[in-house]
Design a protein around this ligand. Sequence first.
Ligand code: ZN
Length: 567
Amino acid sequence: MRFSEMRYERPDIAGVTEQIEKITRDFTEARDLAAAKAAFKEKEELFCHIETMASLCSARYSLNTRDEFYTAEKSFWNEAGPKLEEYSAAWRKALLETPFRKELEAEFGDLIFRNAEIEQKTFSPEIIPLMIKENELVQAYDTLCAKAQIPYGDKIYNLSNLNPLKTSTDDAVRLGAWKAEGKWFADNKAELDRIYDELVKLRDEMGKKLGYGGFTQLGYYRMGRNCYDKNDVEKFRAAVVKYIVPLATEINRKAAERLGKEFPMNHAEGAIEYRSGNARPVGTPDEILAHALTFYEELSPETGEFFRMMMDNELLDVLAKDGKQMGGYTTEFPEYKVPFIFANFNGTQHDVEVCTHEAGHAFEGWLNRDRFPSDYVAPTLEGCEVHSMSMEFFADPWAELFFGKDTKKYLYSHLAGSVDFIPYGTMVDHYQHIVYEKPEMTPDERHAVWKELMGIYQPWIKLDGEIPVYGEGHGWQRQLHIYEVPFYYIDYCLAQTVALQIWALKEKDFDSAWNTYMAYTRMGGSKTFTDLLKAAGLKTPFDEECLKEVSEAAMKWLESFDLGGVE
Ligand code: ZN
């Protein structure tokens, strides 16, 4: 079914909660396994419907944040979500207490129970008002950013369509764009600081109410972490500083040389990688999508069928429009068993990454669309980012289709950028650990922490104060995850490390790497992240050796890559 034909209807919450209560009761009172399974199946169907309505609403709202109908619906869900959570919690409690656990585990595995245990730890009815308030604050941040009006030259830009200017080859234009954006953040500093300060204190209160002494442990539980903890992440951070930061510093030193700039460079200077500009895709958005279809059809029968289905059903909305939310994401409409991709094409290599990265997520969802229980359709988020980040690398042999004469530029900067990203992402995570450990910090103290971390994780960036906010080392407010999904960011770094491992395999033997990828992806979320890796024969990123190996492989490749002919 086409996206436009999918029917949205606000569920009657009173009716829904009654239904959940009845199903929970039926499950609890089940006399035999068959009755328990029947109730389990009914619960799956009901939640599938609710989730579909919620994500249809959220998708249509993000496509046009000025749409009055979906703005109102979004407010409805902001309240309904936490209320429904109370009933989900009662369901999970019943699930965890069922006398048929052994039989259900034998059929479905024990992970649904382990995950339910973790989820139970994130909720108690007394935090509902705080959860509602949290949703409101997140939406306030979202709306503030989506409605940004940034004057530059004789035009007004938003945070998405200013991006091409931030990578312009004209040094003055580029610097001006960075300054214009920095000024917007400076002008809105008070509001951005207020929203975050309230979020931090609110989350801290939630953590305390649930008995964790603060937010961090709750944040881990909310991310569904079921196979590693804070100490593992700390070890990962140390390995990033040891192996990846020096390599990323070298990458940036070489970039400065290529650009004829003094090292270190500021944000604007370092925003381009080549004097003639960053790799740009060739063709119109429609042509880019057509190239993506060619790539997926040639890659494998499964990916070909998948991408054609996406295009035939309006499941890719990729053009930047006024009022559209920033960023990109993939979501699912489980009732229709299809994913949906949201993006803002802006004429940069990002557009191609939407077709490879976001479609990597969507491919996994589609591949596992029939999985039961639905809990196993997708793994925790770091596991999911492996699907997308690795897919980006599998597109390398088709790079010429997307980038034409800029192919060399793209291939080099894709790998260099993947390495360069890991320290940044790790810093985003480290920052949040410090913030939630000391929730009493003032906004200015938080800004100082970010600046200090930049010295550790991004020593190649010059902070001379020339660009407002960025040049002062306060640029974190641009990173929406810090506001919206605390502790999410490390997932990208863990996944990027695994993706680099798959990239290194692909460099040796494409087909065997693709088979490893498919083996990993076909398992959906039926295992924990580290178990998925093990089952697919991949190394865990918590093993220092893993970072050492990928950094060595990447260094070798980058050093020997011939950038001859690239200006
Ligand atoms: Zn992703």
